[in-house]
Design a protein around this ligand. Structure first.
Ligand code: ADP
Ligand code: ZN
Ligand code: ZN
Length: 804
């Protein structure tokens, strides 16, 4: 008897281990690790889904095993690698293994869907396939499909004679489309056309269409109607006259609507070729080394990535490239597709679940050899990976905010080890932890210090907004920034204007001296809590009243400060009536494809000024941009996070890097109330190394990453008293295992303490070495499932990216 070890879809601590089930004889070859099955669970008749982790010859269980009710997949949806990875991931992120397994699959496989089987291209006439399909385009796989039939289907799938389509239930009927085609050849259509009356305009247009697009038939009717403005009655008339006919075709989802031009590799600079050959050595020798490319903006890092990907492909291996957010980096995606064409699969949030599934299948089938995508693409089902790249590795978006709280960098490290391939991290402003690892020799450092073609780094000027001449009497633009905007407009160049919105809601600052209120214990900014009307520390819970006089300079000009992008847009329109301004923020980018549209417009020079929030800071490469203006550098400094300085430095450096990338010199103007802050001064000099040293010193002083590990534990309950009580219980539990070298902060209430109608409290553990902490946290998780802890939820975040 064969036995399957199954992780069931019941996310509780008690069920967070494999359960054994008997495999029915008929399904012996079909139930293999990585397929999903339906099983009975518990005493009732409850049927649930589960993942087969392992198949064994016998069971250690003495009782009678329940049989597997039905197999859901005829082919494994998870590889051995992914199954192994799920064990590690669940442990590392304190999540249920079932959540980890589900995270690895495309959404459509998690929703309610139907499965259809169609012939694989080229096997339409295969006798076995025909026997299965019986003249239909599709057959559906249902609960009633017999085990024998499933076995047959599994076999056909193994031979690649059929494809399986997952379709979300309510979209199932969209699988086939109506299309038109014709039995006539071009000459015959021309002949018929000459017989038409000259006032039959619509028919004439349709005949011309059929002649021009004859090779492309069949074409979907809806496409003809929409794109070519040929109406349905026109088509119907032609059908009646035997010119064309309507047929059903399979829906073909084309993944991305971008068709960039093919580009060839340029001749590399010395720094680039040095970097490429170092990394390629590791690819050739199958070393799982991690490289950190610290390269100034415009030094040509992307070209280095592309050439290492080339190397991997040349060796018949695959490549994975992660970018922070696809919609913000269309230029990057175009460059990858431009180089590798159809071999590229792009995974981004703008895809419909069907499109995403199609891309996933292309990767799984080995058709797509290069994957570009955001965080979750790190689970792309690539086999035989030759190189993994993480661009802008410092970005916080690589960490998932929800369960499982994984960092893509950690998963990538795991996969690089598995595939014995190099991992390349690239950034102009590496995260402190990565740069520190390079310092220790854990990562190998690669420096790129020059811009391509020796373009100078932009010239940066800091404007002191405390100075009354500059301060915003008339608006938010200092005379210097105004003058420079004029100059850019006169020369018909372009400018980017950044309004820094991070930390906005809680921003209290002195406009006389730039003072920001900090916690006396934790060295992070205090946050304004509206409901309390008080300032609070999110780390230790310290609180104090909102100051009305600046504690530093006694000025009364302390308070909230902030303006919206719309207001800035209005000011620009008033001061520069002839300038064409494009605004990019959450409001203007809600629609799918809106980002790309704005970026394309700006790229075509259909606007002079691009005004935006953080989204415009990265990745844009426009030769005509000669000026970058930062309206307010300070807001990021005030976020209640020990990474506030790091985030500020990164943002300013990245956005400055948008200026002067081609032949024209770039100019950057940063307006700030803290002109002497090292994060701002070092960013102005684009001097990462100096910043790194200073920031490391301060982190050491105050005991933060990378000198200490941090774990954030948050507890919540609908009842505030309960939430608080449980957080003290939690604190006591932690204290019992922690040594004196560790620091325990909190419990403190979090900012949006009433979200989901629950009260949230958090505890932060800072530690260097706590061998018992991990086990204790797992125990705590388990304990929270007890009856007495009903309604109480806990979330554990290893190395949180932000604390709010
Ligand atoms: P980074 O990613 O380091 O900011 P990019 O890779 O975007 O820099 O390169 C900056 C610009 O230089 C791009 O327009 C790119 O096409 C161009 N470029 C890169 N490498 C070369 C090269 N070897 N020769 C000529 N142009 C190059
Ligand atoms: Zn002051
Ligand atoms: Zn504090």
């Amino acid at each position: 008897m064969s036995v399957a070890a199954v992780i069931v879809d019941v996310p509780t601590m008690q069920t967070n281990r494999p359960f054994e089930y008997e495999i029915p004889e008929a399904l012996n070859d079909v139930v293999v690790p990585g397929v999903r099955v339906e099983v009975g669970f518990g005493r009732g008749k409850r049927k649930i889904q589960g993942f087969v982790m392992e198949v064994k010859d016998s069971s250690d269980f003495s009782g009678k095993l329940k049989p597997i009710i039905r197999v859901i997949d005829v082919k494994p949806v998870l590889s051995k690698e992914m199954i192994d990875l799920s064990y590690w991931l669940a442990d590392r992120t304190y999540s249920f293994q079932i959540s980890c397994l589900q995270t690895m699959l495309p959404n459509v496989m998690r929703a309610k869907y139907k499965q259809f089987i169609e012939a694989a291209p080229g096997f339409e006439d295969d006798s076995q396939v025909q026997a299965l399909l019986q003249n239909h385009l599709f057959v559906e796989l249902t609960n009633d499909t017999t085990d024998e039939k499933i076995k047959e289907i599994a076999q056909l799938k193994r031979q690649n004679k059929i494809n399986i389509e997952y379709v979300v239930e309510n979209q199932a009927n969209s699988l086939t489309r109506q299309a038109i085609t014709t039995d006539l050849n071009v000459n015959e259509i021309s002949e018929k056309k000459s017989q038409l009356r000259s006032n039959a305009k619509a028919q004439l247009k349709l005949y011309d269409f059929l002649i021009v697009h004859h090779d492309e038939l069949p074409i979907e009717s809806s496409e003809i109607e929409k794109k070519f403005n040929i109406t349905r009655p026109t088509l119907k008339t032609a059908e009646k006259n035997n010119i064309l006919k309507f047929i059903e075709i399979t829906k073909r989802r084309t993944p991305v609507g971008i068709h960039p031009e093919q580009t060839n590799a340029p001749v590399l600079t010395d720094e680039q070729s040095q970097a490429v050959s170092t990394i390629n050595d590791s690819i050739d020798n199958h070393q799982d080394k991690t490289f950190l490319i610290e390269g100034v903006t415009g030094s040509g890092k992307t070209e280095v990535y592309l050439q290492t990907i080339s190397r991997a492909i040349a060796q018949d291996e695959t490549a994975l490239m992660l970018v922070p957010e696809i919609s913000l980096t269309p230029q990057m995606v175009n460059r990858v597709i431009g180089r590798f064409g159809n071999q590229v699969a792009v995974l981004h949030s703008g895809l419909s679940s069907g499109e995403r599934y199609d891309e996933w299948t292309r990767i799984e089938d080995g058709v797509a050899k290069v994957v570009v995508g955001a965080r979750s693409a790190v689970f792309a089902p690539l086999k035989n990976i030759g190189v993994i790249i993480i661009d802008e590795e410092h970005e916080g978006s690589y960490k998932q905010d929800d369960n499982p709280r994984y960092h893509a960098r950690d998963v990538a490290t795991w996969r690089a080890k598995f595939h014995k391939c190099p991992l390349v991290l690239g950034s102009a402003t590496p995260s402190l932890e990565s740069r520190a690892r390079a310092e220790k020799g854990v990562y190998q450092m690669i420096n790129m210090t020059k811009r391509i073609n020796d373009h100078p780094l932009p010239h940066v000027q800091i404007v002191d907004m405390r100075n009354s001449e500059n301060s915003a009497v008339k608006g938010d633009f200092s005379p210097l920034l105004q003058d420079n905007l004029w100059r850019v407009l006169k020369r018909k160049e372009q400018a980017i204007v950044l309004l820094n919105r991070r930390g906005y809601s809680s921003f209290i600052m002195c406009r006389e001296c730039g003072f920001v209120l900090k916690c006396p214990n934790c060295d992070v900014s205090l946050t304004y809590h509206k409901n309390l009307g008080r300032m609070k520390c999110h780390y230790c819970g310290h609180e104090e009243p909102v100051p009305h006089v600046c504690p530093n300079c006694k000025s009364k000009k302390i308070g909230f400060y902030g303006t919206g992008t719309e207001n800035i847009e209005k000011q620009l329109n008033e001061q520069f009536p002839d300038a064409r301004v494009l605004r990019m923020d959450v409001d203007t980018t809600r629609k799918k494809g809106a980002h790309a549209a704005i970026i394309e417009k700006f790229g075509n020079h259909e606007a002079d000024i691009l005004l935006g929030t953080q989204m415009i800071a990265k990745g844009l490469d426009f030769p005509d941009v000669t000026l970058v203006g930062v309206v307010n550098a300070d807001t990021t400094l005030s976020i209640s996070d020990y990474r506030a300085s790091e985030r500020t430095f990164q943002l300013l450096t990245q956005v400055s890097g948008r200026a002067g990338r081609a032949d024209k010199e770039g100019h950057v103007i940063i307006q700030t109330y803290n002109p002497d802050h090292y994060a701002i001064k070092d960013a102005a000099k684009q001097d990462y190394e100096t910043f790194f040293k200073q920031e490391m010193y301060l982190r050491h002083q105050s005991g933060y990453t990378p000198y200490y590990f941090t774990t954030l534990i948050s507890v919540s309950h609908q009842d505030e008293g309960q939430a608080l009580k449980q957080s003290y219980w939690l604190k006591k539990q932690l204290q019992s295992v922690l040594s004196d070298n560790s620091v325990l902060l909190g419990p403190s209430p979090t900012m949006i303490s009433r979200k989901q109608n629950k009260y949230f409290y958090q505890i932060i553990v800072k530690y260097k070495q706590e061998p018992n902490l991990h086990q204790k946290l797992l125990e705590i998780l388990s304990d929270t499932q007890a009856e007495t802890k009903k309604g109480f939820t806990i979330a554990i975040d290893n190395e949180p990216q932000h604390i709010d």
